[in-house]
Design a protein around this ligand. Sequence first.
Ligand SMILES: Nc1ncnc2c1ncn2[C@@H]1O[C@H](COP(=O)(O)OP(=O)(O)OP(=O)(O)O)[C@@H](O)[C@H]1O
Length: 279
Amino acid sequence: MNLDELDRDDENEPGADLVRAENLSVMFGRQMVLRNIQLSIPRGQTLAIIGESGCGKTVLLKTLVGLVKPISGRVLFDDDDLAKLDDKRLTEVRKRMGFVFQNAALFDSMTIRQNVAFPLQQHRMADDDEINERVMDRLAEVGLPPEVAKKRPAELSGGMRKRVGLARALIMEPELLVYDEPTTGLDPIMSDVINELILGTRRRFPVTSIVVTHDMHTARKVADRVLMLFPRTRLAEHESQVLFDGPPSDLEHAEDRRVRQFVRGEAGERLNELIAARG
Ligand SMILES: Nc1ncnc2c1ncn2[C@@H]1O[C@H](COP(=O)(O)OP(=O)(O)OP(=O)(O)O)[C@@H](O)[C@H]1O
């Protein structure tokens, strides 16, 4: 083994950062949604991003995977600055990411087999037999029976569609999996099935995960680390937008009262603010 190979091995070790955001700020028109976000996600970590509606969770997620461009700062994926990559390199990098969207985002006109195979076919990654085998393996991994492959999304329940979405995200064996609200709209039992799948996926593959969620049960159960964002508009000028960054077990005793209120589901002074705003 030469020195270059040794270096590469170091980078792939658990613990080295896969994603790094430096001084990230994002604006839409005149609205500053994110300001000066600093974030490093080591390989193998599962990070949950929480915070009230509209605080910028999804925007942060999209910026970290290069779907939204920051007005300042940068995102490094495995040390590559996403803003500096041309389209071809960005496509290569995206192949290393899997996306599980809120509504599963399946193609209604395609069968489940075609939906799950889509990323492989799009990148012409395998022949038909291999694609078929991989699709069936992934469906089995998310607990779906083989006969589901022939069905169309409309014939499945919401929970089954979410599982198909996860199977599709896994088909490329990504290094980074991002989940946007994976349990929204599901009953508590089906939510827990999805939580267990997220945990099981992490056990089976050495994947790094980012989970945007409103569901504190999900955050506590699947995450090694939780990041809580707060809406920019309600922060004092000097305050950081990240109110909490630590293990889920520390949330209940967080120093910041706004964190404790959020995780306990208490409206606190927010209720008075909303009543005052209504006049
Ligand atoms: N493409 C866009 N163009 C303009 N404004 C946007 C765009 N995407 C998001 N925003 C604004 O950015 C803010 C943060 O949105 P974001 O979707 O990240 O919130 P969130 O914390 O994920 O909320 P929720 O929990 O309700 O999904 C919102 O005010 C939203 O209107």
